[in-house]
Every structure is written in C-alpha cells, then in structure tokens.
Ligand binder design. Structure first.
Ligand code: SAM
Length: 281
C-alpha cells in the first residue's frame, strides 16, 4: 500500500478546513515539504515493521512519512482538532488500517503508551522540547532510539560535550540515557508559519544498561541543577548547599574523584553520577 505525503497547498487547505490557525503557544510550525519529512525518517533509520511514537503530529506530514516507511505509529497530540482529524488523513492518504494510533493528550502528562514503541521521531514543539524529551526517556524505557527536530541551539546543547560554552544541565541529563549526535540541518523555509529560529535534527541511542536506579538519577539531576545554577562558581561553592557547606562539598567531591575547584561545565555525566553516589552514602 502506497502512502501519499502532504504538500504545502494540502496542508494549508487541511488547516483551513479544521479552522486551525497555527499558535505559538503550542509551537505549531508545520513542515510543508515532503523531502524534509523523508529526511527525518531516514535520519532515524525507521525500518518496516517498527513501532514509532511521534510527539505532536499536527496535520500529519511527518506521520505520513513514517507510515510510508512501513512502520506503525502512535501519535500523541494535545490539540483536539488535530488529533481528531489524523486517522481520517492517514486513511485518505493510503495508510494501512491499524497502522496509526492517535493519543489525544498532553505528551508531558502521559505515563503509558500503547504497544511500547521502540523509536521516537518528532518535530517537537519548541517551547517544551527538552522537558518532553526527558519525560519520555524517563517514563518509557522501551524507547531505544530516536531522532527529533528542535531549535538549533537546543539540539547543540543536547549533543554538547563537557568544556563547551553551550554544555549545560540539559546536556548532562540527556547524556544520562545514552549518547546524542547532531544528524542534519533543516531550513526554516520548510515550515508554515516560518519560525524565527533555525532547526537541527538530533538523535539518541539509549545505553543497553541503565546508568543507575531512580534514586541515583534524581540525586544526580539535583546536583547537576545546583552546579549549573551557579555555573561560574567552583563546584565546592556551587554544591555547598547540597552538602551542608563548602568544606563538606570539597570532601564529597574529592571522594568522587572530582577537583573541588572544577566548574560544572567541566564534568561528564559519569562524574556527576559519582558525586551523587557519594551524596547518597
Ligand atoms: N509534526 C507536525 C509537523 O511536522 O508538521 C507538527 C509539528 S509542530 C512543531 C508541534 C506539534 O506539537 C503541534 O501539532 C502541536 O499542537 C503539538 N503539541 C504542542 N505541545 C504538545 C504537547 N504538550 N503534547 C502533545 N502535542 C503537543
């Protein structure tokens, strides 16, 4: 069965039919270019028979490209008008019956996904891209890999290595789950409406073994937040509140094999994890 993708005219027509004017609040910048959605699906190496979860399918441009690749899709959309129309769009464009499941919900709040998809593919709403990614990685351990389109700065931050200016709390938290890589550029001209930021594709592969349990993860993330809240300070000062003073923080850092004079941006996720383990005792 052949799936036909949506073109720019069809996307605008569909939006008019649904009386949808894209809103900034929901990060509604729809991709109106078939080559771009195919490029995202190729970057994610979606294979026939795989089960993909898509956050924010909108009018369905990327959804159809995933279906075209022979995968099944669970799509989570917060805007009821868009969620309600998606199954009909998929059927009209030739998708196999049962290949698409629509979840009409806020992706930030869901705790269950039907069928435990292994792959995440999305053009994420800009305003919630990092929290929604972290929520999905934490809540759905069955997600093995993914490629998402996000604002260029966010993508660079997610894939940043220690020591770089853009390395921050999101970089360490994302790395908790596995390695990230930049995997493509996207022109702002392929969106409707055209956003005032550039976008990049960024992908991840989850580590085969979880790095630590939930208690260790939470403590690690608290320490990461404290370190980057005062990123110019040395860690013995930035983490003094976490350990009840800078002398205790220095001792903890030394036990974890980290120089108390280092700054938050110098540390890897493994360093933060060791500090958290010392903090937990
Ligand atoms: N995938 C479509 C595309 O590429 O054309 C739309 C992408 S648009 C950047 C983001 C989509 O996410 C919109 O359809 C928006 O309604 C939806 N969205 C925004 N916040 C959401 C949330 N918290 N949960 C689920 N969907 C959300």
């Amino acid at each position: 069965m052949t799936v036909t993708l949506l073109g720019a005219t069809e996307i605008r027509r569909l939006a008019a039919e649904l009386d949808v004017t894209p809103t900034k609040k929901l990060g509604q910048n729809f991709v109106v270019d078939a080559n771009t959605v195919r490029k995202i699906v190729q970057a994610a190496e979606v294979r026939p028979g795989e089960h993909v979860v898509e956050i924010g399918p909108g009018l369905g441009s990327l959804t159809l490209a995933i279906l075209e690749a022979g995968a099944s899709v669970t799509a989570v959309e917060i805007d009821h008008r868009l969620a309600e129309r998606l199954l009909q769009t998929a059927a009209e464009r030739g998708a196999a019956e049962g290949a698409l499941t629509v979840v009409d919900a806020d992706a930030m709040r869901i705790t269950e996904l039907p069928g435990e998809p292994a792959v995440l593919v999305a053009n994420l709403p800009y305003n919630v891209s990092v929290p929604v990614l972290l929520h999905f990685l934490e809540t759905f351990p069955h997600l093995q890999r993914g490629v998402v389109m996000v604002q260029a700065e966010v993508a660079e931050r997610l894939a940043a290595a220690p020591g770089s200016k853009i390395y921050g709390a999101p970089s360490v938290k994302a790395a908790w789950y596995g390695p990230w890589r930049l995997c493509g550029t996207v022109s702002r001209r392929v969106f409707w409406p055209v956003p005032n930021v550039d976008s990049l594709l960024v992908g991840f592969h989850r580590d085969t073994e979880p790095r630590g349990d939930e208690t260790e993860r939470r403590r690690t993330f608290e320490i990461v937040d404290a370190a980057f809240n005062q990123r110019r300070k040395m860690l013995r000062q930035a983490l003094s509140g976490q350990f009840g003073g800078s002398a205790a923080a220095s001792a903890a850092l030394e036990s974890a094999g980290v120089a108390p004079t280092a700054r938050g941006e110098d540390l890897t996720v493994d360093d933060y994890h060791r500090i958290a383990r010392v903090a937990l005792g």
